[in-house]
Design a protein around this ligand. Structure first.
Ligand code: C5P
Length: 241
């Protein structure tokens, strides 16, 4: 690959969680939303985006890949086995990419359980960050007043609402920089629930890009109904995938 080419953009979808909080018979990414699974809706957003080179899907070891509904991908979808925690699953996906891609290529990590990501938010994230040295994440400014709790469940502090954001995904970073940050955080035993926090822990300041609050993470049973509504509003509930 030549130096003159602009970095490729990859999507990495961790889908190896068991979704205990959902209390359903199967992980939340395999529940139905209209005509398709949550996961198929999520994959469709990235597979149909012209700027995305390919999609790495991280599945749990117990999942039979042939039993998963996967969109037509024309050889752009790659399956990788997941790990114990979300960060382990992401690291497995990054290792797969590292053997095939340039260190400076972009990786967009997006939760399988967020099928309502609006296309405009994805476009905006890529357009804003593709010339950024570091990268960043979609996030939603807090509309509620936020409290920090102490161990006894009492308010320790009220946070300045104007500066508090909820981290969403995709989170977009350079392949090698993200790999190093996640490896260092794991080495130090840091609990990492999103990619940005690994980068922060590594001394970086990821950029916050305002995204739609429609980009919910399906976590509890009632979230499925909300997701159905948001996909209907985007005219995507019955999309052919
Ligand atoms: O559990 P949580 O809702 O934070 O999971 C966010 C995303 O990470 C989900 O798409 C889930 O499938 C994925 N995950 C994973 N490997 C794990 C745990 C979660 O890929 N071990």
């Amino acid at each position: 690959m030549t130096d003159s080419r602009s970095p490729a953009i990859w999507a990495l979808i961790p889908a190896a969680g068991v979704g205990r909080r959902m209390g359903a018979g199967r992980p939340k990414q395999f529940l139905m939303l209209g005509a398709h699974t949550v996961l198929a809706h999520t994959l469709g957003i990235f597979l149909e985006h012209p700027a995305i080179q390919g999609v790495v899907l991280v599945l749990g070891p117990e999942v039979d890949p042939d039993a998963v509904e996967l969109p037509m991908a024309g050889g752009r979808l790659f399956r990788v086995a997941g790990g114990a925690e979300r960060a382990d699953s992401v690291r497995n996906g990054l290792d797969f990419l590292a053997a095939r891609c340039d260190a400076a290529d972009w990786v967009l990590v997006h939760d399988a359980a967020r099928p309502c990501l609006p296309r405009e938010d994805l476009d905006h994230l890529i357009a804003t960050l593709r010339h950024d040295p570091l990268g960043g994440l979609l996030a939603a400014p807090s509309t509620d007043t936020m409290k920090l709790a102490d161990a006894a469940g009492r308010v320790e502090q009220t946070l300045d609402r104007a500066r508090v954001w909820r981290a969403l995904t995709p989170q977009m970073f350079r392949l090698q920089a993200l790999r190093s940050a996640l490896a260092a955080a794991a080495e130090a035993g840091m609990p990492i629930t999103d990619e940005a926090s690994a980068m922060e822990w590594h001394g970086q300041r990821p950029r916050l890009i305002e995204g739609s609050p429609m980009n919910i993470k399906i976590t509890r049973p009632e979230d499925l109904e909300t997701a159905r509504l948001y996909l209907t509003m985007q005219n995507r509930l019955r999309n052919p995938i």
